[in-house]
Write a protein that binds this ligand. Sequence first.
Ligand code: S3P
Length: 442
Amino acid sequence: MSKLCSQSVTALQGHIDVPGDKSISHRALMIGASAVGETRVSGLLEADDVLRTADALRSLGARIYKSGNSWLVNGVGVGGFRTPEDVIDLGNSGTAARLLLGLLATQDVTVHLTGDSSLRSRPMNRVTVPLSRMGATFDGRDGGRMPLILRGSVEPIPIEYDVPVPSAQVKSAILLAALNTPGRTIVTEREATRDHTENMLRSFGAAVDVFPSPDGGRRIEIEGFAELTATDVAIPGDPSSAAFPGVAALLVPGSEIVVENVGMNPLRAGLFETLQDMGADVEISNQRDAAGEPVADITFRHGKLTGADIPASRAPSMIDEYPIAAIAAAFASGETRFRGVAELRVKESDRFSAIVDGLGACGVAARADGDDIVIQGCGGPPPGGTEIAVNLDHRIAMAFLVLGMAAATPVSIDDAAAIGTSFPGFVELMNGIGGNIAKVDG
Ligand code: S3P
């Protein structure tokens, strides 16, 4: 495993782009592969998670290749996938796993799926339970964990399903399964989660109706046996990736950076709101629409941060950003409380513990209080001076490297490879704006 060490630096400066949105990239490939015709995707995230999805779809019969700066996807049409010749290995990607299980659940295929030790430990029953009701069968380890065998239904049944945990992956799995199912499939969510699947299915021609409920939830209805027609997809920069250089600039004195062309879907933008609640100088400009998704440029300037009480209702729109938000909280003055974040326990690693323990190792008082994380900010640079075990979790790796950029003493991570699942070029980009992240021997 190669280690990285991050040292404190003076000011971060520059105008940068971050790689394409991971969630939208997976969906562009999966929905493109289910359409008739050739879909041209620009801005695709070329990271391990997304490349695993591309490989999986190829093994199921789609033609996917890079041409110039675009990716071309020649789809098989709804219901057109074939049983692959080998096991599909989805590496670290929970999104690839859960969305593909949905996409394949209503097709006449038998598929063996597995992943790395992180993915194999993650619960799949949250999707296999509703997909079984649609007629698919699954043989997995306890809790429906991978490796598992999926046998798609030959006579799919439309369902109405109330998703018990806020999860865009579960919602999306059902919507993708509904494509090859007769009649109307209905998914309700109690809190709105990222809606990239709904948006993209519509732009490919599916009939998707979304009804907001007064309490913030949504009811989504999709008409089955959809005919999807290939279309062009322009993928914006990933707000979850922009968060790392962005927060680094807030923490390193004298910094000002601009991240351009960042996806600003309101169901993804919770971190920016949270940082503003903490008094951060985060300015959103040049707001525009790019292929159905809002995008903007974001300026991050160093300044004083104050602890804040972040409600559980914010969680769906910043679910992947808690590791980096926790780093901001470590530098703030006063207490930050992240309410209702139990879902962090089932991410790429147990992020709930990784945040609390990792901050503790860096000399920051952080604790669990039921389902809340409570961080006592240092009101300036925390001590740092430790090595963090990242446990195959890219966001834990990047978050603690950012802490090292402004801590009193350097911070190392034990495994640089994890970063490649979502943010290839992270180290070069951070060093390009003034960071000092370097490989260490041993
Ligand atoms: C994702 C949904 C979220 C998020 C993940 C990407 C998606 O997971 O954490 O990184 O693309 O649908 P959950 O659905 O488990 O909340």
